[in-house]
Every structure is written in structure tokens, then in C-alpha cells.
Design a protein around this ligand. Structure first.
Ligand code: NAP
Length: 257
């Protein structure tokens, strides 16, 4: 059975690991190409966009894909919309791993905002020390608030992204530990953390550390993310795929996107 796995997340890598040794499935992992040095993957991977929903539909047909699993990041809404449109057009079944968001607990001081621009407004006018744990693409919005001191952590250097003048860059890839995050927040005298509500364990430590230290968090809300059959984790994804065995489709033609 030929499977396309849309990845770039911990879940996608874990599912890839699990399916790699299973010769019932012939899986291709697809990465957006956002990070310069992606982690080694146990499966054949293709990198880069498909060219919108139409490009993805064409790729599904040309590669005779029997099932599509969307295991992309909760903030990657465009690729998920494309997956819904492309599978609608081709009849390829789609299931989506939907990572649960973090919920505020007692002691959390979250301000929830709609996006990076709203996060900048929530920081206020007075200069503060801010920890930005965001993707490099979201950093540009903070150039509009040059009065703050920023500690910015990204996987790759921001390169051509416009940045605020007072900024220290830390390059690191999760998972992170609570004790290390607490050290960082204390050492850098951070007054506010800005975060996406990514969910999962790999990047939660900064939220837990902020709670322990009583530091407020500006939490950027999730976008609407279109999906197919909802799955909570990779176990459900594996079960969904196994149920589809024996239902591989004959090579078909595009119905048009
Ligand atoms: P996006 O806005 O949903 O996707 C933009 C375009 O990138 C898509 O239209 C598609 O191009 C391509 N793309 C995205 N994921 C792909 C995949 N798995 N395989 C092939 N092509 C893919 O997503 P984004 O721009 O990557 O990120 C949006 C938000 O998600 C950001 O906040 C980012 O920090 C966060 N995020 C993304 C990833 C990731 O691996 N993508 C990981 C962690 C966090 P075409 O239309 O040309 O097909």
C-alpha cells in the first residue's frame, strides 16, 4: 500500500520510524524544507512544496498513492487545506494527526492573542526583556517594537528576515528540559515569553518554567486547520492504515481540483 506522509513534526518522524520496517507499506515522507538540516529520517523523503492543492493532487495520482496521512504542525494550515482539496479531487483517503493544544493550568499567566502582530501589541510600549520561541518566519512582526530586548531561539539563523535591533539569537532544536528553560529565563531576566500553542512535549518546558517563575506568556492562538479523519496519535494512524489494507485503489485519473 502506497502512503504519503506529510511531516515535519515529532509525530511524523515517529510514525515514519514505525512504518519503515513494515513491508506492507511503501511510505514517502514529505518535508516542507523549512529547516536547513532536517533530522535523519528512516524513510525515503521528498523535500519542498508540491505547487498548491493541484500540484499535490497531481503528485498523489502520478505516484499512485493509496492513502494520505497529514502529520504536519498545528500552525501549518495551508498544507492541510491543500491536503483536503487534493484528496477531495482524487478520492485518496485522508487522515490527520491532530495534536492536542496545551491548556492553561493554575499558576499560568497566559494572554492569548490571534497572531504575531497581536503578540507585539500585547507586549506594550515600555521596554522589556522578551523570550521569543517562534519559527523564524514569525520574527519579522517584532521589528515593529524595537524598544524591547529580545532573546530569540530558532532552529536556523533568521537570515533575510527583518529583525528588531536589540536581539540575542540562540540556535537550538528541541526537546528542551524544564530545568534548562528555567535557567535560561532567570539568566536572561526574561519578563515575558512569546510562544505558539504547539502542544506536545518537545517544546512545553518553557511554558512550565514560566509558570514556576511566575512569568507571563503571550500565547499565539492556533489557526483553523482543515483535516480528514481525525486521529489523536501515531497508534491511531497505524490502525487507520491497517484497516485500509486490501483497499488499494487502481491507478485513476484526476477529477480536477
Ligand atoms: P504552511 O503555511 O501550511 O505551508 C506553506 C506551504 O509550504 C504549503 O502550501 C506547501 O507548499 C509547503 N509545505 C508545508 N508543509 C509541507 C510538507 N510537509 N511537505 C511539502 N510541502 C509542504 O506551513 P509552513 O509555512 O511550513 O509553516 C506554517 C507554520 O507552521 C509556522 O508557524 C511554522 O513555524 C510552523 N511549523 C511548520 C513546520 C513544518 O515542517 N512545515 C514544522 C514546525 C512548525 P505547496 O503549496 O507548494 O505544496
Amino acid at each position: 500500500m502506497r502512503v504519503l506522509l506529510l511531516g515535519g513534526t515529532t509525530e511524523a518522524s515517529a510514525l515514519a520510524e514505525r512504518l519503515a520496517g513494515d513491508d506492507r507499506f511503501d511510505v514517502t515522507l514529505s518535508l516542507a524544507g523549512r529547516t536547513e538540516k532536517p533530522l535523519h529520517q528512516p524513510l525515503p523523503a521528498r523535500v519542498g512544496g508540491f505547487g498548491g492543492a493541484e500540484g499535490l493532487a497531481q503528485w498523489l495520482t502520478e505516484n499512485r498513492i493509496d492513502a494520505l496521512i497529514d502529520a504536519t504542525h498545528p500552525y501549518a494550515a495551508r498544507i492541510s487545506a491543500n491536503a483536503v482539496a487534493a484528496t477531495h479531487a482524487t478520492g485518496v483517503p485522508l487522515a490527520s494527526i491532530m495534536r492536542a493544544p496545551w491548556r492553561a493550568e493554575a499558576g499560568d499567566r497566559w494572554t492569548e492573542v490571534a497572531g504575531a502582530v497581536e503578540a507585539v501589541s500585547a507586549l506594550g510600549d515600555a521596554p522589556r526583556r522578551i523570550f521569543l520561541a517562534l519559527g523564524r518566519l514569525e520574527l519579522a512582526a517584532f521589528a515593529a517594537a524595537p524598544q524591547h530586548n529580545y532573546i530569540v531561539r530558532t532552529i536556523d539563523p533568521p537570515r533575510d528576515i527583518p529583525l528588531p535591533p536589540r536581539m540575542t539569537l540562540i540556535q537550538a532544536r528541541g526537546p528542551f528540559k524544564i530545568a534548562d528553560e528555567q535557567d535560561l529565563l532567570e539568566r536572561e531576566q526574561i519578563a515575558v515569553v512569546v510562544s505558539k500553542n504547539s502542544g506536545g512535549a518537545a517544546t512545553y518546558a518553557k511554558v512550565a518554567a514560566a509558570r514556576t517563575l511566575g512569568i507571563p506568556v503571550v500565547m499565539i492562538a492556533r489557526p483553523e486547520k482543515p483535516h480528514g479523519t481525525p486521529l489523536v496519535d501515531i497508534e491511531e494512524a497505524q490502525t487507520w492504515l491497517e484497516k485500509r489494507l486490501g483497499h488499494e485503489r487502481a491507478p485513476g485519473s484526476l477529477r480536477g481540483v
